[in-house]
Design a binder for this molecule. Structure first.
Ligand SMILES: Cc1ncc(COP(=O)(O)O)c(C=O)c1O
Length: 425
């Protein structure tokens, strides 16, 4: 079938319009005042290596915010993995007035026992019994940290409880046991209140080596379920009903526990607001909300401010975008996408992080990624030069902070101190 000249022109025009509509806008902007100030600070006083910045003024604002949205009948337990720096932990413990920590890593636990002898620790995940044994072996005789009173091991099954009982007997230790319950997240733990019975029996018959300390029911799913399936309020109420059913069973089995101070741990940054008016928990856990990585850009945390940024210098600046084997397209690609008018190579890369400033920076999937010197494209309006810094926001703090040898704190947008990172070994 022959195509008429008219049909050809119409199709061409349609393609042209579609292409025009798909053509990317220029998203580039220079650093705003805040990041210009940080860039200036780093140009004048920085180390010119990838740096994890913590803005303490914003951390302060997040502390105030957390106090506003916390249920006033609950204690705060700080999730150390999300703020893994000894000085940052000190700062948060002091300014939130708590000594409670949630830990997820045996080396961190050993560090905390030695350096925070007054802390009250709850494990946030069940430690393999061998890791627990290592903890006891590594516990310094100098420390006043007393695991018998200050440490709750998290137990998710009868088998694991048997392992801990055997460990306690072999070390002539006493272990406080907190039981993980599944309040709807389905990440393990007891699913039915009746499953408590055999664990309760093991604890009750071994008072020399074990004691019951409480429950941990983590519920971030309640704000993440699509609202078409369930509203956060409905999901919250359901998770609370499940939590309550475990407490009821516990009290049926051990009425004397009603008069004891047990630990009913709940929440996490995403869901902490849901607990504000009424909760069965008597303590709530949070960590990430103090620094707010991008995974925490969620409706329940809109009033919190990002406080952690990766800053890294620009090593090289190139006009256009030059790709191996298609060098001829260097000036053509930017005609289509103005956000490729400039190519920058930055110091480091491939972090779990998103470009934050200047606006309009983007990766180049055709060139690929690099942990050593990553390519970044942006329009002419990004106005960057070699030795300027770009800023990224980590998607999470727990893994990303550990990739840096310290945190550089900011006060009034000025470099203040260098804080260390918790040791991984
Ligand atoms: C058991 C438990 N509680 C609380 C939290 C909350 O931590 P964050 O406030 O950093 O999200 C977590 C995070 O993984 C967790 O696993």
């Amino acid at each position: 079938m022959a195509i008429s000249r008219r049909q050809f022109l119409t199709a061409g025009a349609a393609l042209g319009i579609a292409g025009f509509m798909l053509k990317p806008d220029d998203k580039g902007l220079p650093h705003n005042r805040y990041f210009s100030k940080l860039n200036e600070q780093l140009r004048n006083h920085g180390d010119f290596v990838p740096t994890m910045l913590i803005d303490l003024d914003k951390v302060d604002a997040n502390i105030t915010q957390l106090k506003t949205i916390m249920n006033s009948n609950t204690d705060l337990r700080i999730v150390a993995k999300s703020v893994p720096s000894p000085q940052l932990l000190d700062y948060l413990l002091k300014n939130t007035n708590t000594n409670k920590l949630m830990l997820f890593h045996q080396p961190f636990l050993s560090h905390i026992a030695e350096h925070y002898p007054h802390s009250d620790v709850l494990l946030g995940k069940p430690m393999p019994v061998k890791a627990a044994e290592n903890f006891y072996h590594q516990l310094s005789s100098e420390t006043t940290f007393n695991p018998k009173q200050q440490l709750q091991w998290l137990i998710d099954s009868e088998l694991r409880l048997q392992q801990y009982l055997a460990l306690a007997k072999s070390l002539n230790q006493h272990c406080k046991i907190n039981i993980e319950i599944d309040v709807g997240l389905h990440r393990g733990g007891l699913q039915h209140p009746k499953q408590l019975d055999p664990l309760n029996k093991i604890i009750a018959t071994n008072p020399k080596h074990l004691s019951f300390a409480g429950f941990m029911g983590y519920d971030p799913h309640i704000v993440k379920i699509p609202s078409i399936v369930k509203s956060p309020q409905q999901a919250y109420e359901e998770s609370q009903t499940i939590y309550k059913s475990f407490i009821n069973r516990l009290y049926e089995l051990n009425p004397e526990y009603k008069n004891q101070k047990l630990c009913f741990n709940g929440a996490g940054s995403p869901s902490i607001l849901m607990h504000k008016d009424k909760t069965v928990a008597n303590e709530l856990a949070a960590g990430s909300c103090f620094v707010k990585p991008t995974d925490f850009d969620i409706p329940s945390l809109t009033t919190f401010a990002p406080a952690a940024y990766i800053a890294t210098p620009i090593l090289k600046k190139i006009q256009g975008v030059q790709l191996p084997a298609i060098e001829f397209a260097k000036e053509i690609i930017p005609l289509w996408d103005p956000n490729t008018q400039r190519t920058y190579f930055i110091y480091g890369g491939k972090w779990l992080a998103k470009y934050e400033s200047p606006k309009g920076l983007q990766a180049n999937p055709l060139f690929g990624t690099s942990t050593n010197q990553e390519i970044v494209n942006g329009s002419i309006n990004t106005k960057l030069d070699v030795d300027d810094h770009i800023f990224l926001r980590p998607t999470q703090s727990e893994a990303v902070f550990l990739q840096f040898d310290g945190l550089v704190t900011l006060r009034n947008k000025k470099i203040d101190q260098k804080w260390s990172i918790l040791s991984q070994s």
